[in-house]
Design a protein around this ligand. Sequence first.
Ligand SMILES: Cc1cc2nc3c(=O)[nH]c(=O)nc-3n(C[C@H](O)[C@H](O)[C@H](O)COP(=O)(O)O)c2cc1C
Length: 245
Amino acid sequence: MKDIAQEFMEFTKYKYLGESEQLQGLPQPPAEAEYDLEKPKIGLPSPDSLPFGKIALIDALNKRRSLRNFSDIAMTMEELSFLLWCTQGVKKSKSGLQPVLRTVPSAGARHAFETYMLINNVEGLRPGLYRYLAFEHKLIMLDEDTGIAGRITACCLGQGMVGRCAAAFFWAAVAERMTWRYDTRGYRYLHLDAGHVCQNLYLAAESLDCGACAIGAYDDDELNSALGLDGERQFIIYSAVVGKR
Ligand SMILES: Cc1cc2nc3c(=O)[nH]c(=O)nc-3n(C[C@H](O)[C@H](O)[C@H](O)COP(=O)(O)O)c2cc1C
């Protein structure tokens, strides 16, 4: 085996997998990561009532490009609500029990992501770091320190679009939610799932006359630390910026 990447692909083949926690009869991890229940929740406009997303799929696909320069026009709460819904919105859950169905597919419907948001320019929201509570379709603020945008930009290797965008999405993987069923092969599925989420963001952004740009270039340790993640049980797997043209 030449390197660790090849080893990963080899030893996550089904023939090498151990007995997953699910097969061992262990209880499944919660469908949502814990959060501070004391924090006030910020309601988002209901996705049912939003007049967006009427663009023809073929037009969205043809128009889609990565956008790195944005206008100063703020995004609205309605638009943010729509983008959160399109990327991680919960369509069906039996009072928090799995399987949960969302607007994106997920291996085994494990849905192992949490969404963190850097808000720079959204009407009605103070700039800062937020987390999306997908089951309630609400936000909580985690950090309103004005230095957070600069810190996160630095974590993304100084890519200035992180500070210039209206909002940046950071998708954190909660590994145990996936590996409970798929053991180490679950790490493959985390990466596959993340692609679906970001593609939905790209296409949904087109329907708002916004643009998005995926971000895979970041310092993992620094970014996890800036977002308060331990980097093992929960770590950033993908991110993207979005804003008005
Ligand atoms: C996994 C992945 C990671 C990416 N990371 C970055 C990034 O860190 N910075 C950036 O400017 N663009 C990034 N991009 C955007 C690509 O550069 C872009 O998709 C590519 O150049 C094709 O251009 P298009 O999206 O306009 O078709 C990334 C795209 C993907 C799919």
